[in-house]
Design a protein around this ligand. Sequence first.
Ligand code: AMP
Ligand code: MN
Ligand code: MN
Ligand code: MN
Length: 290
Amino acid sequence: MGASPFRISSLLPVMLNADLHCHSNVSDGMLAPADVAARAKANGVELWALTDHDEVGGIADARKAASALNLRFVAGVEISITWAGKTVHIVGLGIDENNAALREGLESVRGGRERRGHEIADQLAQAGIPGAYEGALKFADNPEMLGRTHFARFLVEAGAQPTVSDVFANYLVEGKPGFVPHRWGTLEQAISWIRGAGGRAVIAHPGRYPLTDMQLDALITNFRDLGGEGIEVVTGSHTPDQYDSFARIARHAGLLASRGSDFHGPAESRVDIGTLPPLPASLTPVWHDW
Ligand code: AMP
Ligand code: MN
Ligand code: MN
Ligand code: MN
């Protein structure tokens, strides 16, 4: 049988190899935006979004590289918020990265990171690990985005833990040395910045938050009431069981479904760009009308 003149992805939108969540060295990823684009293309991604934490500084390079590779690109961002005292991440997709209110909002979210970094380092020093601020900063290509991933890479380099994922079991998280409670933006701000910039708001990796079922339900209701539209179902942060449970939740809540690896770097991320299973066919993908 000859090749079909139609790409299967154009017939079945959920089959499109979309990767709408990953990071470059503009936040806490390891590759430059153009190198992330090349990796996405090489892995067969058909629709790609760069979603750096609290920062859109990599979008121009990412778009240029994607265009040269003939890779469909949407501008994205992953915004840190505090909701019910917990840190939650909201992805914005299809944003105009030059929108002034979005840029000012992200700048205000980034603003607290330097001081938080010093507090993390003070705690690590008390735990017997000196020099963490300077040590972590060496791993942060964008010093404004100094974050826990950079501290984790420093702790591995210093021999305190064998891998970054071990660090997040023993340091930098609630109840362990180097955890500093932090107030990010609000859910309302994140959604209004994203929508104001013409984008679609998506709850990132909902299976990862330390929320009860009732709290998660309240988050989703709150998110929808504020104009949020989507939720990640297939992500590098979910188990296959969670693909099913969040597919049910997406359908029940009438939310669009998203898919993304949350790739940070070749040696570090369990899931490579564009390699996750497709979205369950019963869902409406966040890209259905793009
Ligand atoms: P921050 O925004 O500075 O609090 O850093 C959060 C980042 O830490 C996330 O975006 C992840 O890249 C990383 N992170 C958090 N938890 C883990 C984990 N369990 N394993 C690996 N990386 C993690
Ligand atoms: Mn990260
Ligand atoms: Mn995240
Ligand atoms: Mn992420």
